[in-house]
Design a binder for this molecule. Structure first.
Ligand SMILES: [Zn+2]
Length: 148
């Protein structure tokens, strides 16, 4: 199992397929959920107002704004990534995506995000932007105690 010194979000890898693309994301244990970074929700909504229109299929069966209160940071990464791809490529509407993790198969605190989008240049650029925006946002937030 890999041991990361990293204290922030880290994109471990990106893969572009024929129809879908993937991000392998590391999220350190002290910020795995949005509930650990309460200010994040407001910052996301302020910076990406149209994210309120995102459809979101989640366990709690709530809309994405409600889901933002307490969800995986990797799930937020997924939605921000879709939002940024949409800004870069106006033809990229209603992209489907999902965030999964399996810590028996992959290193702990890593998440795999799949987006049904395959334009390599735009995808790579959007992943870099998403990581930068989220890292900066999180840096200026106050943390609450980590959940175990
Ligand atoms: Zn979602």
């Amino acid at each position: 199992m890999n041991d990361f010194e990293e204290t922030g979000l880290l994109v471990r890898g990106v893969e572009i397929g024929d129809r879908a693309s993937y991000v392998d994301l590391f999220v350190p244990s002290h910020l795995t959920r949005t509930s650990q970074v309460p200010e994040l929700k407001q910052n996301i909504l302020r910076m990406f107002p149209s994210i309120v229109d995102h459809q979101c299929d989640n366990d709690r069966k709530v809309d994405f704004v409600e889901e933002l209160t307490d969800t995986e940071i990797a799930h937020v990464f997924e939605h921000v990534l879709i939002e940024i791809i949409g800004q870069e490529d106006e033809l990229a509407v209603s992209l489907k995506a999902q965030t999964i993790w399996n810590w028996r198969l992959n290193p702990r605190w890593t998440y795999q995000i799949e987006v049904d989008y395959a334009n390599e240049d735009i995808f790579l650029r959007s992943v870099v932007k998403t990581a930068k925006v989220l890292r900066e946002m999180i840096e200026y937030c106050t943390f609450v105690n980590p959940v175990s």
